[in-house]
Design a protein around this ligand. Structure first.
Ligand code: G4P
Length: 534
């Protein structure tokens, strides 16, 4: 049964073998280390250490920003493709910093599953919890990796209980750790009845794998000291009694998560996890869209933009739109319809993101992520099809939680600033509002770090020093309602009105009180804190 995708038999084999997922975790849990090992086993990099090295070489393709390098964090997400056994994995990177932007949320709209990495000593941390909630909104299947078992960790049952309680999801052990910290020997692979032993001498060496015939097999006595073996037998027996058995359907529906234990830095448990992603992870899924959903096996190609990254190479003003293919078999040079503008575009130089490099994508299938270089036509939420007017739905834009006014250091450069801001707004890096009253712009972000990122990017990419200043407003809401009511509302509340970069009307607020007042005084007007990007 292993390595045989089971969940959608009707899919063409090239689509069925694809697994598109993201890693969710709290900073420091080991996402980068795990990613690197994935790429190593996926043959995408030669040597461990190429993704890792924080600062200098870490994900050089996406970490083009000085600030990212300085801080050793990855502010912008990117995608990586690699093969493992007969699977094609597409790993979409989510920024792990606590001050993340809505980029992170949108990234999760482009994947079919998430791998949740937790630190065995720390359990479920705040950021993991937050990201998990986002996955839950979409019922994304989750596979869990409990990392750093080579360190003193919590009791295995305790870790599992914590996940079940905090995240309200059934947990089934796919492997069971033998010892922990200095005594960590490896794992008993519950799903495949194998003993996996960690090699402490060589961090990049794959663990020794021994086939055994159940927990009573005398082979176990040869490899595991008596005391640890007794504990293992007792715990696994208890686990089998107390915890639910693996139910692949429940995993696909997002109600159950299998958990693997390991040590990413020691390359331990990673292959088992990869096998698990292949075997139990979902194939490319149906994409919700209007007026109808899109099934991956449809022969016509369609896809949607979930991320735009501008100036990947500061020397060229290029933008790359990251497109998740929702259906079909894409071939380079194809003409696709850009549904929003109803214009055709020939996709002549699409790129695939292979670990350290971009590569021209000659072909791609539903589930894949391709990058399409463009001059700004492609925006987040845009749908591309072979002609049908479909629009992918469910890609949210969130009301910013922090607002500041922004000014060009040199007042003569106000026009340049406007151009830069509009570009970043289209890229989804920030919200930009033009107040109806007065001059200047208000920039809104979800996390405070984004102001810094934006400031340094405007300076680096446009040679334009900028100043952010406190704004009297603290939040913004999109305004909806019948035109006459909205017009009357706008006239009476001029001081609070602005437009976002798409020209949509927003109400700029100072206090929750403002919002309550509108609800009370203007029952026909709705203020919304999300806007669907389409
Ligand atoms: P992140 O991307 O989730 O933030 O985590 P990252 O992989 O950068 O790992 C965070 C730290 O945890 C790193 O140490 C890394 O070496 C360590 N680590 C990752 N996996 C394991 C593991 O299985 N066992 C142990 N013991 N440590 C692990 P650091 O000191 O921050 O960085 P570095 O000096 O090792 O580069």
């Amino acid at each position: 049964m292993l390595d045989t995708p089971t969940n959608r038999p009707a899919l063409p084999p090239e689509i069925a073998r694809r697994r598109t997922f993201a890693i969710i975790s709290h900073p420091d849990a080991g996402k980068t280390t795990l990613t690197e090992k994935f790429l190593l086993y996926g043959g995408a990099i030669q040597m461990a250490g190429q993704v890792r090295a924080k600062g200098e070489a870490r994900r050089t393709r996406s970490d083009f920003m000085q600030m990212e390098k300085d801080r050793g964090i990855s502010v912008s997400a990117s995608a990586m493709s690699f093969d493992f056994k007969n699977f094609r994995f597409n790993l979409v990177d989510t920024p792990g910093h606590s001050d993340f932007s809505e980029d992170t949320y949108r990234t999760l709209t482009a994947v079919d599953a998430a791998v949740m990495v937790i630190d065995g000593a720390k359990g479920v941390e705040s950021q993991t919890q937050k990201l998990f909630e986002v996955c839950r909104l979409r019922d994304l299947p989750i596979l869990t990796f409990c990392n750093k078992m080579d360190r003193e960790s919590r009791d295995t049952f305790e870790i599992i209980d914590e996940i079940q309680e905090n995240l309200a999801i059934d947990v089934t052990p796919a492997s069971w750790p033998i010892g922990m910290g200095r005594d960590f020997l490896g794992c008993y692979d519950i799903l495949r009845d194998r003993l996996e032993l960690m090699d402490r001498a060589d961090r990049n060496k794959v663990a020794e794998s021994i086939e055994i015939n159940g927990l009573d097999d005398p082979l176990l006595d040869k490899h595991v000291p008596a005391e640890q073996l007794a504990k293992l037998r007792e715990e696994v027996e208890m686990a089998r009694e107390l915890l639910p058995a693996l139910d692949p359907q429940a995993v696909l529906e997002g109600h159950m998560t299998p958990i693997w234990f390991g040590s990413a830095i020691n390359s331990f448990g990673v292959k088992e996890l990869m096998n698990g992603i292949g075997t139990y992870g979902p194939q490319p899924q149906v994409q919700s869209a209007t007026p109808r959903a899109i099934a991956p096996e449809e022969t016509k190609v369609s896809g949607f933009v979930f991320k735009v990254q501008a100036n990947m190479d500061p020397k060229h003003r290029d933008r790359v739109a990251f497109v998740r293919l929702a259906s079909g078999h894409f071939e380079r040079g194809m003409k696709l319809t850009h549904v929003r503008s109803k214009k055709q575009m020939a996709v002549t130089s699409p790129v695939l993101f292979l670990a350290a490099d971009r590569e021209l994508a000659e072909e791609a299938w539903a589930g894949d992520i391709i990058g399409i270089p463009n001059h700004g036509q492609l925006r987040i939420g845009d749908t591309l099809t072979e002609g049908e007017a479909l629009r992918v739905s469910g890609i949210p834009s969130f009301a910013p939680e922090l607002l500041q006014s922004v000014r060009a250091g040199d007042p003569m450069k106000a026009k340049h600033l406007e151009k830069a801001l509009m570009q970043f707004a289209e890229e989804g890096a920030a919200k930009v509002f033009k107040p109806a009253f007065g001059s200047g712009f208000i920039v809104g972000v979800v996390g405070a770090l984004q102001f810094e990122v934006l400031g340094s990017r405007i300076e680096m990419e446009y040679g334009l020093p900028v100043r952010f200043e406190p704004s009297q407003f603290t939040s913004a809401r999109w305004v909806h309602g019948p035109k006459d009511k909205v017009d009357a509302f706008m006239t009476a509340n001029k001081q609070h009105i602005g437009h976002d970069n798409d020209g949509d009307i927003v109400y700029l607020t100072r206090l929750q009180w403002d919002i309550d007042r509108v609800a009370r005084d203007y029952p026909d007007v709705t203020l919304s804190n999300t806007k669907e990007m389409m």
